[in-house]
Ligand binder design. Sequence first.
Ligand SMILES: CSC[C@@H](O)[C@@H](O)C(=O)COP(=O)(O)O
Length: 357
Amino acid sequence: MNTTKPTLPTPDDAALWYEDRLYLADQRVLPERAEFLSYQQAPEVAEAIRAMVVRGAPAIGVTAAYGVVLAGRAAHATAGVGWKTAIEADLERLAASRPTAVNLFWAIRRMRALIERLDTTDPTPALLREALAIHEEDRAANHRMGDLGAELIEGPTDIVTHCNAGAIATGGYGTALGVVRSAFAAGKIRRVYADETRPWMQGARLTAWELMHDGIPVTLQADGAAASLMAGGSVGWVIVGSDRIAANGDVANKIGTYGLAVLARYHGIKVMVAAPTSTVDMEVASGAEIPIEERDSDELLSCGGRRLAPAGCVARNPVFDVTPAALVDAIVTERGVVLNPTTEKMRALMDSSMGER
Ligand SMILES: CSC[C@@H](O)[C@@H](O)C(=O)COP(=O)(O)O
């Protein structure tokens, strides 16, 4: 738990618990403004996830866990010994906030498992201990993935990354950017090329901010600039995170990742996906079964509050796509690395006990 009142968010501060409430770094306004918003009610946390105050699959999971703490506290305050029934509506609200990032459902499932073991007294302390453990385990997993991913890279090389899979998208340190941080420290990375990532600009706003904060050389590029960069021959790896990995190793990630993976294969560049096992969903056989979030087309039709497209223009705004396992060279998790993923290899990874609860 944080011991000082959160004031100015750093990349490691996506979600923090201080005293009796949750603080979220408002990722909608970074880096122009660095500010926390505070939450004491689970429905407001669900809305913050939906509105992308907090985003990035692992950070969404951590936030949902803290949301369950608030839900438990409110349920006990209103229903007393009947809190386990009263909490249900908030659990459902949290689960309905975003559909693709499976870490959300994983975190709620883990909190539910604890709820089942608790008695009818005030659940707040026990729920908070579990949420803090989820947060801390995610941070530790990212450091482990950083080490494992960095080992795969023969440097020095340039890297392309897409969206933001950094500290601010997780419990801390980052998944893809955790690998970048560890590999840069080992002298294996010259420069990171960050796709701007239309329409939410997570690359321009968050990845560039994080890497500049750490002094890691970063160059921002338009999403469409990746192909010509790759043709130049300096890029050794595309490194990205994931919102959900299917049982066969298909990877759902920010829209545009699939295109990057196709480009990478054409240019002989390797693709690494760094994600904790809380992102692996063995209940979906392949990427075709992963629900892909479709957000409001206004996110695409406008930019920075200014309308871009003509009035009446139709737009589609799927915010994730699926990269087939055949285009993925390595999936890096805290339990180990899966090269050229298949269902058998993913099952072996998930059956392994390291880090398992
Ligand atoms: C460590 S975050 C990995 C993914 O969650 C990230 O690349 C991504 O697609 C995030 O999407 P977002 O819509 O910003 O929540």
